[in-house]
Design a protein around this ligand. Structure first.
Ligand SMILES: [Zn+2]
Length: 91
């Protein structure tokens, strides 16, 4: 097994441009127990919102826990500074 050799001292964390973020919702309606119906992970937040509205219509449930997941990568900062791009580092 070989070890990676990093020549750069500083890295910048950014959203991975090759992977779509994911959105999801879980129904947390219920007085003693939560419903816990799930939208599944979607790359379009509008589809999650549509699922919530459909679930509300069918059940009357109004409360949801939403999640947003993105994928990150570490990029050598020097590479970002030299690349002719409009990307803005996230951290
Ligand atoms: Zn529900």
């Amino acid at each position: 097994m070989s070890r990676a050799l990093f020549r750069y001292k500083e890295f910048t964390t950014r959203q991975d441009p090759m992977t779509e973020p994911e959105y999801a919702a879980v129904c947390v309606s219920g007085e003693t127990e939560s419903c816990l119906e799930r939208s599944g992970h979607r790359i379009d937040p509008v589809i999650v919102d549509e699922w919530m509205r459909k679930h509300m219509t069918e059940t009357g449930h109004l409360n949801y826990r939403r999640t947003f997941v993105d994928f990150a990568e570490l990029v050598p900062t020097a590479q970002l500074n030299s690349a002719p791009t409009s990307e803005v580092p996230t951290a």
